[in-house]
Design a protein around this ligand. Structure first.
Ligand SMILES: NC(=O)c1ccc[n+]([C@@H]2O[C@H](COP(=O)([O-])OP(=O)(O)OC[C@H]3O[C@@H](n4cnc5c(N)ncnc54)[C@H](O)[C@@H]3O)[C@@H](O)[C@H]2O)c1
Ligand SMILES: [Fe+2]
Length: 408
């Protein structure tokens, strides 16, 4: 069998305690005028003031946009770009959670190619390179620092929208776990569970190699040995340390594991993609106004049980990566144990166990299923196919909290 693989990553990924101090030297190689996108919370910290001063000290001029909002409302991007145009930045630095990093990608896109964001919704619509992006995450979750994706909310659309293009991959990612020490337990849990969901969905993804699902423009997307490596690394690190990071926020080793786990998960799903848990979160999140990470994590055990028959080998490997003992266990038993462990872990860190607890109402279950099924790129990447009845059964099972029914 011919081996096909691809992975797209930033040119430079720096990871470790204190690595934020490398920002000036990284930026110096990329340009001289930096637009910095962050939010009010981080802009008010002494860490931020120090970083801006350090950039200025190496003669990088800066313009700070400090009004990034969660989930990046569309019009806030236009405002940021309007303000920045006369400054003529030659790079954009994002410092903050996934929302700040996604704002940074969108600003770089519009500053480089003009138009409005809607011109680029979907996959592979960005026509060429943007001014360089430097991504400095302060949450450990989205993986946006290494992915080709930006997610925004558009008031004209019910569901959030994504822009995905290899041109949106940051030139450099700087991951300093110290920046996550201030995350409260709930944010640590929700972001970390999003990361674990990225890793699991990337590892069990349906698209692989020379697959008929490959888009016609020959950009390889899909799971491969390369993305599997990062996915399993992420599952191992998050499995062993996410609970500790949530319960002991000052534990530096756990914070580092979780941030490395989120980074590795981003390296995996940036090329392998995600699947049904993400597809169902889009409508469920739009209806319940709940955080992305919370919705995907609520769905994950049910989606795993639905997929178990199609991905038995992968689920058993996930069990091993989670550190479960495989002695005397069949592959099926290991796969079941992996699902149970994800359910236990998510419950232990306070993830809502059912769609009902997330706030979804029974009259919206069919609509949720229909919308989820319409997100083609995610549904086609799910290892077990769906028709509308199967999707409705899965959504119903997750609403009722009936894990066994999800497998039917
Ligand atoms: N681009 C991608 O590949 C990708 C992947 C998954 C999710 N997303 C998107 O990312 C967004 C979610 O990002 P997120 O989970 O990082 O949260 P976020 O960026 O939306 O931030 C949530 C809140 O956490 C606060 N916060 C951030 N860092 C903090 C810290 N160190 N200490 C205390 N508070 C802090 C922020 O100020 C904000 O109030 C969503 O819009 C989601 O759709 C993008
Ligand atoms: Fe996600």
């Amino acid at each position: 069998m011919t081996l096909f693989a691809a992975i797209r990553l930033p040119k430079e990924v720096l990871f470790g305690k204190g690595q934020r101090f490398a920002l000036p030297s990284v930026a110096k190689r990329l340009g001289q005028r930096a637009l910095i996108c962050t939010d009010e919370r981080f802009a008010g910290t002494s860490i931020f003031a120090e970083l801006v001063a350090a950039l200025n000290a190496v003669s990088i001029e800066t313009l700070v946009h400090d009004r990034v909002l969660p989930d990046v409302p569309r019009d806030t991007v236009a405002l940021c770009v309007e303000e920045a145009r006369s400054f003529a930045p030659d790079m954009v630095i994002g410092i903050g959670g996934g929302s700040c990093l996604d704002m940074t990608k969108c600003a770089a896109l519009l500053l480089s190619h003009g138009g409005s964001l809607a011109d680029y919704y979907g996959e592979f619509k960005v026509p060429g390179p943007t001014i360089p992006i430097i991504a400095v995450p302060t949450t450990a979750g989205t993986g946006s620092e290494v992915t080709p994706v930006a997610v925004i909310s558009d008031p004209d659309r019910t569901l959030k929208v994504g822009i995905s293009s290899p041109y949106l991959i940051a030139a450099a990612a700087i991951c300093d776990p110290d920046l996550t020490m201030s995350c409260p337990p709930s944010l640590t849990a929700v972001a970390g569970a999003d990361a674990l969901t990225h890793a699991i969905e990337a590892f069990t993804a349906a698209r692989r190699g020379a697959d008929p699902l490959l888009p016609q423009n020959h950009v390889f997307i899909g799971k491969s040995e390369l993305t599997d490596y990062f996915a399993l690394l992420a599952i191992k690190l998050l499995g062993r340390s996410l609970e500790t990071a949530c319960k002991e926020g000052s534990n530096e080793d756990a914070r580092a594991d979780v941030m490395m786990g989120a980074l590795a998960a981003g390296c995996a799903f940036g090329t392998a993609g995600t699947a049904a848990a993400h597809a169902i979160q889009y409508p469920a999140g739009a209806l319940t106004h709940t955080a992305h990470g919370l919705g995907v994590a609520t769905m994950m055990p049910y989606v795993m049980n639905y997929n178990r028959s199609a991905s038995m080998t992968e689920m058993a490997e996930i069990g091993q990566a989670l550190g479960l003992d495989s002695t005397g266990r069949t592959k099926q038993e290991m796969a079941e144990a992996a699902i149970e462990e994800i359910r236990r872990l998510f419950q232990a860190i306070g993830i809502t166990p059912t769609l009902a607890d997330l706030g979804l109402t029974a009259d919206k279950l069919d609509w949720t299923a229909e919308q989820a099924l319409s997100i083609d790129r995610l549904i086609k990447n799910n290892p077990r196919p769906f028709d509308i009845d199967a999707m409705k059964r899965l959504v119903r099972a997750a609403y009722d909290g009936d894990l066994a029914a999800a497998a039917l």
